[in-house]
Write a protein that binds this ligand. Structure first.
Ligand code: ADP
Ligand code: MG
Length: 328
């Protein structure tokens, strides 16, 4: 039997996600069993440990990463998910699609690039209006690369005390080194516009600067994504720190058509209607058109129909536009 101390160490290493310690304690237990004459049990434990080591190695060299949850302070700062979203589920303008495919390609070939002193494009800045798929892109990159996805929780990050915020930022960047994943600073302008407590503008700028400094120094294997709706915060200092900048725009006619087709693929919809609807939907974001499509789909389902009528979707779009007007 393992000693109480060994069990305690095993549990502790698990809770601290310390893989090396976990393996070392397990091997101590195997040795302990061998000494006690339980050779078969010792061999079985060693075999299990070998399996764990192989998995740890795969995770380091680019296999899928074992499921990890942020622990301790990080659990308030990062929310973890394991998205299955695929890039093919997104409707993207050709330029955007190409840029994102290239990110995936380079990331998958990281080792090869590194051998030649080159680094993959890992730090992305996504800019565009709300509802055009910036957050979804981050999920899709994680889904495609089978990486965990961590969203930085700004409400926990930004406190009254700048020193504390900088320390928390540091902890997030440390986590990027230890736990490979996609790290999303969503609506990242929150860093630039924090208004907590006694902070003056100079302090706010300093927090943004420490973010940029950490970003510049980062040499982890994680993908770092910052998304913002605010063009105003963009300046050269910012651009310099990112490897690539991808601009998002409201969908054009072709994208609107594809969105309706994708979203309503379970229903029948005439080609003529589709063209007409894409024209009506002009000016909507991807998210808004998805919502209008869902509204029309629900109506059809509840009426036991498999066809969508132009009038229904048009109505859903108009209702959505009116609602938007009234909240402005
Ligand atoms: N380019 C897109 N292709 C397909 N669906 C989209 C796209 N953009 C947005 N959506 C839909 O709208 C939802 C909200 O989009 P989101 O990624 O949160 O937008 P943003 O982060 O740019 O504000 C998504 O979850 C998805 O259902
Ligand atoms: Mg978003």
């Amino acid at each position: 039997m393992a000693t109480a101390q060994q069990l305690k160490s095993l549990l502790q290493s698990y809770s601290e996600a310390d893989g090396e310690m976990f393996v070392s304690v397990a091997l101590q237990i195997a040795a302990h069993e061998a000494r006690a004459g339980k050779g078969k049990l010792a061999t079985e434990i060693k075999r299990l440990v070998d399996d764990i080591k192989t998995k740890q190695k795969q995770a380091r060299v680019g296999g899928s990463v074992p499921i990890t949850r942020p622990i301790g302070e990080l659990s308030a700062l990062l929310s973890a998910t394991y998205p299955r979203t695929k890039l093919s589920e997104m409707v993207l303008a050709p330029k955007q699609g190409e840029a994102l495919e290239l990110v995936l390609h380079e990331y998958r070939q990281q080792a090869k690039l590194r051998e030649h002193g080159l680094s993959a494009c890992r730090k992305l800045l996504l800019v565009g209006p709300p509802g055009v798929g910036k957050t979804m892109t981050s999920w899709a990159l994680a889904g495609e690369l089978k990486l965990p996805h961590f969203t930085v929780q700004f409400h926990s990050l930004i406190t009254k005390y700048m020193g504390e915020t900088a320390a928390k930022l540091f902890a997030i960047f440390e986590s990027m080194r230890h736990t490979r994943g996609v790290y999303l600073f969503d609506e990242f302008d929150a860093i630039g516009s924090m208004r907590a407590g006694r902070n003056d503008v100079g302090e706010i700028r300093r927090v943004l600067n420490s973010f940029l400094q950490f970003l510049e120094q980062d040499e982890s294997d994680s993908l770092i994504i910052a998304a913002t709706n605010l063009e105003a915060i963009l300046d050269d200092a910012l651009f310099r720190r990112f490897d690539d900048f991808i601009r998002y725009q409201l969908p054009g006619e072709q994208e609107l058509r594809s969105l309706i087709e994708n979203r309503l693929s379970a229903f029948e919809i005439g080609k003529h209607d589709l063209n007409q609807l894409a024209t009506i939907a002009e000016g909507l974001s991807h998210a808004e058109l998805c919502r209008a499509c869902d509204q029309a789909a629900k109506q059809a389902v509840l009426a036991d129909r498999r066809t969508i009528e132009t009038g229904e979707l048009r109505q859903a779009i108009e209702t959505l536009r009116e609602r938007k007007q009234s909240v402005r």
